[in-house]
Write a new protein. Structure first.
Length: 132
């Protein structure tokens, strides 16, 4: 089955554990996509999106800790973006019966690709510098 979000090497933030977490999140979005197109019941979709919400929180906590450790100058802007994304992901999770699965996937795809490609990539050089 085709994947909804395809991981690309240029998404890498040059940190193996953060890259792995991003890949797990992309995997969960793909799992949700597969469940939507095979018209799984709402309970099944909810179980996947629940894992996504919990894993996203865990990832954001880890990423924020890493950014703090390398004195990333745009830490607060990034944290604010996490808060917004966390809330929107939770809103979708709590209203799965109101929004279509497709809307949710489009949002997740857009924000993840956008967030990883732009905002997460921006801290990568600081992470590298702090490790020298
Ligand atoms: Fe982030
Ligand atoms: Fe991230």
């Amino acid at each position: 089955m085709a994947e909804y979000v395809v991981w690309k090497p240029y998404y890498s933030v040059d940190n193996a554990s953060l890259d792995m977490e991003h890949k797990i999140i992309v995997g969960l979005i793909n799992e949700l996509y597969a469940a939507v197109i095979s018209k799984k019941e709402e309970g099944d979709l909810k179980a996947i999106s629940d894992r996504l919400v919990r894993y996203t929180n865990k990832h954001f906590q880890h990423e924020e800790q890493v950014m703090r450790e390398c004195d990333y100058p745009r830490f607060y802007d990034h944290k604010l973006e996490h808060e917004r994304l966390r809330q929107r992901t939770l809103d979708f999770h709590n209203n799965l019966n109101l929004v279509t699965g497709r809307d949710m996937l489009r949002f997740l795809n857009d924000w993840w690709c956008e967030h990883i490609r732009e905002s997460d990539k921006a801290y990568a050089p600081y992470l590298q510098m702090s490790m020298r």
